[in-house]
Design a binder for this molecule. Structure first.
Ligand code: GTP
Length: 347
């Protein structure tokens, strides 16, 4: 089975973290989200991937190469300018000559593929849109379906009481290659706003099925942090690297913890991390690989990416630090998003 991973957006809402990486490469629990997704899909029978990329595409290519280290094949469909979510599919047409999956690679969801593929096969449409149910659909595009699951229309951002359902597009599709006939080439096209409405209008058979399980869009700093807290709480059952040294405290290999360090769970520490004496880590702290945390640092509700140096007595609260951040001693960070490392390569 083939999957096209859409990873070519600019990720403006997650800047400055996405200034030098594509958003799907942002780490979730110390591993790029795209890697979690590829591993999950591989374990569910997907072995061919096409990654549609543009902004900082070399970060993805350097990290995954041809995919052999993950036992999959990866090819890259690079865009000269962002072609939008359908334009990117059209741009990858030469690799997509049989039924294929499409993922918005910034959506944090690990679907069970078999029931979704069975549904698509049984209904025989040109497209199946995977849906998720949300409490308040008023900030999304909501779908209206008939009792066979066929999608009749999308309603953008309905008032809560007027929404025909609480089902929204989950950012994952099963498509037949025939969809290519409905997407113009070499121009920006949105699948949500242009292609799906056209397919529905032309009665080609667009169906929707709900995929249960944890679902979140990680596109803003608040949501990106929340995905981490949900993973630490195990509300989102993401595989986490590390040994549980006390309840809710996961620690990688070769970690040096000085005297008097207090962990307040939940906490995740990467590999090769040094933590200075009397530091207080947590609650809700994720420290990446190869980081150094100085003495008496307080770090809570904060994510620190790999190879950062947090100097003594710093206070980190509700913040995100990009790769290779270096903080001055004694500095206070609250609600900060820091990206000091400007080269477009993975740390
Ligand atoms: P914002 O600028 O913060 O809205 O983020 P974004 O540019 O990533 O847009 P959005 O969140 O709507 O994108 C959803 C998914 O589609 C993400 O995985 C993007 O990487 C991907 N995507 C969006 N636009 C394009 C595009 O033009 N080409 C490709 N290949 N992927 C895209």
């Amino acid at each position: 089975m083939k999957a096209l991973l859409l990873a070519g957006g600019l990720g403006t809402r997650l800047r400055p973290l996405t200034e030098n990486i594509p958003k799907p490469m942002a780490p979730i629990a110390n591993r790029p989200w795209l890697e979690h997704l590829i591993i999950h899909l591989r374990d569910h029978g997907v072995n061919e991937f096409v990654i549609a990329a543009h902004h900082c595409s070399e970060v993805i290519r350097r990290y995954f190469g041809d995919g052999k280290s993950w036992n999959v094949n990866i090819t890259y469909a690079l865009e000269p300018f962002p072609l939008g979510t359908a334009g990117a599919i059209k741009n990858a047409e030469r690799w997509l000559d049989e039924r294929f999956l499409v993922f918005n690679a910034d959506i944090v969801h690990l679907p069970q593929l078999i029931p979704l593929l069975d549904f698509h096969r049984q209904h025989g449409g040109i497209a199946t849109i995977v849906l998720t149910e949300v409490d308040d659909p008023s900030s999304y595009g909501v779908v209206e379906q008939d009792d066979q699951g066929q999608i009749l229309r999308f309603i953008e951002k309905p008032r809560r009481e007027e929404a025909p359902s609480n089902r929204i597009n989950a950012g994952m599709y099963i498509l037949e290659p025939d969809v290519m006939r409905y997407i113009p080439a070499e121009q920006e096209v949105s699948i949500e706003r242009e292609t799906f409405p056209r397919l529905i209008e032309e009665n080609t058979g667009v169906y929707g099925i709900v995929s249960s399980g944890y679902w979140r869009d990680m596109g803003t700093p608040a949501r990106y942090r929340q995905v981490h807290w949900d993973a630490l709480n195990r509300e989102f059952p993401l595989p986490i690297k590390g040994r549980e040294i006390q309840p809710g405290v996961f620690v990688g290999e070769n970690v040096k913890i000085s005297s008097g360090v207090l962990f307040v769970p939940p906490v995740l520490i990467g590999h090769n991390v040094k933590i200075g004496h009397q530091a207080v880590i947590g609650p809700y702290a994720v420290i990446g690989d190869d980081c150094q945390i100085g003495s008496r640092v307080h770090c809570a509700h904060t994510i620190v990416w790999d190879r950062s140096l947090i100097r003594d007595r710093s206070r980190l609260q509700n913040s995100i630090f990009g790769y290779r951040t270096v903080t001055p001693a004694g500095e206070v960070f609250e609600d900060s998003i820091i990206n000091q490392f400007k080269e477009a390569v993975q740390a």
